[in-house]
Design a protein around this ligand. Structure first.
Ligand code: UDP
Length: 386
């Protein structure tokens, strides 16, 4: 007899998992999401006043080095070529980000060649730091104090609400330093934006006769799920356990929306690196779809703050005490049966879309194999704890 599975959350994790499970196993899948829309934080919708496709929870640019993931997402809809180019405003001047030969020459008012710039950065880097233990040490070790203060210190303090010394070095490692004039914000081989928005891709993944979706349906742990052979939970891990070990630290983002005629800032993303400016960045969505024409424009100022009980969790902070708490939650989860945890919120990690999709695909394969072979089922999509 066909099995019934329940997935909590209709974001990329839930959609990819559902799509894969119905192809691998004789099963039906029900997906619940407490929001009234699918797509999780990748939800896109055309703005009512301008008809511009807006990434409702902030900018999402698809990037991956893995051809199989690129081919997979492209099988659900067309991706148009889009290269993310970001500028940063620091102390009244506009610079190119990530830090490149252009940024270095602009900032220090020089005409360095790549080798000269490399040598110069090496001379201003703090070599006394041999094994960077946090965000600040990582920055000082590789770009020195002036560039760090101009582009990272203020922005990071606003974004994360703490001193950069409290944050892991891995956050800074997301951003490259280049000794050429390449101003692509990302380094991945495949990059693009779905022509009809992310929601169309995610909805297509779930568009299958064996998959049904219930929106506006909240899952409470402890509720009766005996009708299902297995539950997959992609929501916040601490919420599943009713915060019994405390709340995992997250930053949330709030948006202020503005309209204008024509072009407001000339590109999709301008970062505001000075700590005195209350927002972190301004995102103008019409620039994500240069193949479309719009007379008006809509843009959003992004503000970051600590996540309260009624806010959407966005960025996992992963401070020392969060990791302790995470260990308790993971241990408790490992002792449960009939439930698995996957995705950004359930594993409490700062993941990009391609990470989430890749992990959900692998997880589905491992689960299906274990399920068919009556082996122990995986509880988490990631094995490493941190
Ligand atoms: N960052 C910064 N200044 C910038 C851009 C980024 O200090 O102008 C730091 C900040 O701590 C941020 C991290 O680098 O959280 C990662 O940046 P990314 O652009 O990857 O963040 P996302 O787009 O995921 O918000």
């Amino acid at each position: 007899m066909s099995k019934r599975f329940l997935i909590i959350g209709a974001g990329f994790s839930g959609a990819v998992l559902a799509n894969r499970l119905v192809n691998l196993l004789d099963c039906t899948v029900e997906i619940w999401d407490e929001r009234t829309h699918s797509g999780g934080n990748c939800y896109t919708k055309r703005d009512e006043e301008t008809n511009i496709m807006v990434h409702q929870y902030g900018p999402h640019i698809f990037n991956t080095d893995k051809k199989e993931i690129w081919d997979y997402v492209n099988s659900f809809g067309e991706f148009k070529n889009y290269v993310h180019r970001v500028k940063a405003l620091s102390a009244g001047k506009i610079y190119s980000l990530p830090i490149s030969l252009f940024t270095i020459n602009q900032f220090f008012n020089k005409c360095f060649t790549p080798d000269e710039a490399r040598e110069f950065l090496d001379s201003i880097a703090d070599k006394s730091i041999t094994d960077p233990q946090n965000f600040e040490e990582q920055a000082l070790r590789f770009i020195g104090e002036d560039l760090y203060k101009a582009f990272f210190y203020g922005y990071t303090k606003k974004q994360w609400g703490c001193e950069p010394t409290a944050l892991p070095a891995s956050i800074l490692k997301r951003i490259p330093v280049r000794f050429n004039y390449d101003d692509n914000y990302h380094t991945n081989e495949f990059t693009g934006i779905p022509k009809d928005g992310y929601s169309s891709i995610i909805d297509k993944m779930m568009d299958h006769p064996s998959i049904s979706i219930k929106l506006g349906k909240k899952f409470e742990s402890g509720s009766d799920t005996s009708a299902y052979s297995h539950v997959f939970y992609t929501g916040p891990l601490d919420a599943y356990f009713k915060f019994s070990h405390g709340r995992l630290g997250y930053r949330t983002v709030t948006f202020e929306k503005f309209y204008a005629h024509g072009d407001y800032q000339g590109l999709s993303q301008m970062n505001y690196c000075d700590v005195e400016v209350p927002y972190t960045r301004v995102v103008e969505h019409k620039h994500f779809t240069p193949w479309e024409k719009h007379e008006k424009t809509v843009f959003f100022k992004e503000f970051s703050k600590e996540t309260g009980p009624n806010d959407e969790p966005y960025y996992p902070k992963r401070l020392h005490n969060d990791k302790e708490m995470l260990r308790h939650y993971r241990n408790e989860a490992e002792s449960l049966e009939g439930i698995s945890f996957l995705g950004r919120l359930a594993t409490y990690r700062y993941m990009d879309m391609h990470h989430v999709i890749g992990e959900a695909l692998t997880f589905a394969d491992v689960f299906a194999k274990s399920y068919a072979g009556r082996k122990k089922l995986p509880v988490f999509s990631n094995t490493e704890e941190f």
